[in-house]
Design a binder for this molecule. Sequence first.
Ligand SMILES: *[C@@H]1O[C@H](CO)[C@@H](O)[C@H](O)[C@H]1NC(C)=O
Ligand SMILES: *[C@@H]1O[C@H](CO)[C@@H](O)[C@H](O)[C@H]1NC(C)=O
Ligand SMILES: *[C@@H]1O[C@H](CO)[C@@H](O)[C@H](O)[C@H]1NC(C)=O
Ligand SMILES: *[C@@H]1O[C@H](CO)[C@@H](O)[C@H](O)[C@H]1NC(C)=O
Ligand SMILES: [Zn+2]
Length: 538
Amino acid sequence: MTVFPLVLLFGICLSSASAGPALKATARKPLTQTFFPPTSFQTFDAGVDHPLSRRDGSLADAASAFVETQLKVDSKTVKFKSGYSSDIAQYAYIKQQHNNITFANSVANVAFKDGKVVSFGNSFSKPSSFASSTPTVSVDAAISAAEKALDGTHNKIPTTLEYLVNADNTATLIHVVQVQNQAKGTWYEAFVDAHSGKFISAIDLVANAAYRVLPIFKQDLTEGFEFLVNPQNLASSPLGWHNDGNTATNDTSGNNALAYLDQDQTATTPQSAPGLIFNYTQDPTVSPSEQVATACSPLVQNSQGIDNANFGTPPDGQSGQMNMYLWDITDPERDGGLENDIVTHEMTHGITNRMTGGGTGRCLQIVESQGLGEGWSDTMADWMEQVGPTIVDFTLGSYVDGGVPIRSRPYSTNSTTNPYTYSTLLEVGEVHDIGEIWANMLHNVLAALVDARGFSKTARTDPSGSEGNVIFLHLFIDALALQPCQPDFLQARDAIIQADQNRYAGANKCVLWKAFASRGLGFKAFDYTDDFSLPDGC
Ligand SMILES: *[C@@H]1O[C@H](CO)[C@@H](O)[C@H](O)[C@H]1NC(C)=O
Ligand SMILES: *[C@@H]1O[C@H](CO)[C@@H](O)[C@H](O)[C@H]1NC(C)=O
Ligand SMILES: *[C@@H]1O[C@H](CO)[C@@H](O)[C@H](O)[C@H]1NC(C)=O
Ligand SMILES: *[C@@H]1O[C@H](CO)[C@@H](O)[C@H](O)[C@H]1NC(C)=O
Ligand SMILES: [Zn+2]
């Protein structure tokens, strides 16, 4: 039998996804939190003009001109960082700069549809003073400081020189250094003062989290394996999964993914039988690690952890890394790589961390944004496991946990089963707990869309339908590109509603508002106070 999670690893994980948080919280030394200036986010329904509206201009020029006029800054302050066009809109990501040096924590994003601006997010700052833009501390000294502060090793990714605005509104010149520690599973972007040489703070590229384990019903190997023949999508992988354009392989590596075993810290890529047949059998009565000794299983059993999973999301250009661990709650142990909802949860961290803010991997770092990230990850697993027009309650992760719930409640449209609303945020502070509130809202949004527009059984492979679950996933993904860096619940909601305007001319606007309002995130919701009202016209 082939192992289905491998298919997920190859098909999805290895796209441009970057790494993200773990499945459950682990005890780690608290990291100095990087300061992020407040983020504002506006959406404009059908759109507003920008200064170059009547001219032919590039995306970079149009976005820069819009930011300059909105924020009343000159062109030297604005640096176009990246942009792209989807089938529905164009997205531009911009950084603030001073003396040609970009800021690590002051950014903007502008989205366009039909030549008009449909959304604008920004966290630009007006520093009262700037450190000299010529560093007086060497890169080597900064690397040493970062390695010492974070107990890791610089991974040879080139360092960058940037500005960092601080809470006191001064701007510090920094060397940005990536530091990893494989044994501890850590991966940071360290900010080191380029004048004093002191470590300031770091971006955590691997958000770690905790599982309270819940029973799940059908998202794991107890439902039986499938033997899939040629499951690759030839539109996205014309040479299949075992050829990166230069090299053909017969193991679990290729253009999309490199899946490997990590027992005893040796990376082993399972080999196929002739003809690329990965037909390993799985025996649930023996430990996954024992099995590997006798018959290789194409799973990632990371030797550096237990009872968890995580995903590291570096910036665009670097591959993300998913880590699946063995779970020792049951006897024999179970393998997180064999539970699809866990794989999906981790893979989704890559998507959300990469897509929010234009690929820096730095834009889901404040606690509320991290919580949204956990929520999206649970939601994608929820979406993936729904099989029919009745959206059923969803609980995450019970195969590996042996029946001890990971999350506190199932996601449900029933307010008795799950009573969480926007104001529940006042009672929680841990990122997975925050994520539960968001995932439950999105479960209700999915149910409302399916109720209104029907259910497609082929939504996992065919995005062209008009059914509610197809619409849901389009809005989920589109909104990630629209929303600002460090989004909060209100901004994440607004991005979904604007995404519906962009893609469906607002056809689902009231369905969406009603679902959000049913969980306290109504039209006038603000500052963690529930509001159940709808905008005019709904
Ligand atoms: C900034 O970069 C531009 C383009 O590379 C260059 O023309 C300009 O002189 C630079 N300005 C400063 C202050 O270094
Ligand atoms: C893969 O296997 C085929 C035969 O099944 C063989 O011709 C080919 O050389 C192998 N490729 C590598 C990279 O080992
Ligand atoms: C896969 O392995 C099983 C068990 O060894 C065997 O019965 C089956 O014929 C194999 N299928 C293929 C396509 O090789
Ligand atoms: C909601 O859940 C509660 C508790 O499980 C149950 O008693 C009630 O009947 C459910 N309501 C609906 C409308 O299904
Ligand atoms: Zn997570």
